[in-house]
Design a protein around this ligand. Sequence first.
Ligand code: ADP
Ligand code: MG
Length: 236
Amino acid sequence: MTLEGLEKTFGRGTRVVKGIDLHIEDGELVTLVGPSGCGKSTLLNLIAGLERPTGGHVRIDGRIVDALSPKERGVAMVFQSYALYPHLTVRKNIAFPLEIEGLTRAEIERRVAETAERLGIAALLDRKPKELSGGQRQRVALGRAIVRRPTLCLFDEPLSNLDAALRAQMRVEIKKLHESLKATFVYVTHDQAEAMTLSDRVVVLHEGVVAQEAPPREIYARPANLFVAKFLGAPR
Ligand code: ADP
Ligand code: MG
């Protein structure tokens, strides 16, 4: 996935993404960090196709996807709020994207079972969202995102509603999920422990530009500028 001079200006003058060039390798897990309002969600939405860029391009698998809808991009997105359908069972929630695609009943059953197994929620398939804990709900949301076997998954602070212990546990789950799916993950977080433990590479955003991109260790050891150093609270 490659961003080429990507820009987003809202309305008449709020320039939020200011010419971002970024290449993410297939299968990489990159975290996007930065202070609130620096443009992290906007950047994810541009990659997903939920927002249109006002300049530059998004390239997925070598192809410029600017004109494609989120579905056509084959991208999965997981948000902070679970956005599950409250009246549907876990099984139906996970199956939903496949039903839209028109897969056969047998194929849907097979994929839902495989996905639930992977996320440790096979025993919960007949429950409704309100009968689940926060962590279980987020697993279902993950299930619904990955059931179409996307090659690119985008996460917008998916764990920030969970308590610290659960967050630490889900972090491990997400890492395992990344390893077994072999998909590219772009993961927004404001939790530095999350960024540090999860990612192959950290991208620090500052007011719509990339302040630094490097593996976690390097970013902590050698922050590129004062902003990054202060943001990470790293010793200089
Ligand atoms: P982050 O996710 O890093 O907190 P966002 O991408 O949500 O930041 O927002 C970046 C900036 O863009 C903020 O100043 C926000 O107010 C502004 N913004 C986001 N969406 C819109 C929109 N639809 N219209 C106008 N301004 C927006
Ligand atoms: Mg955000």
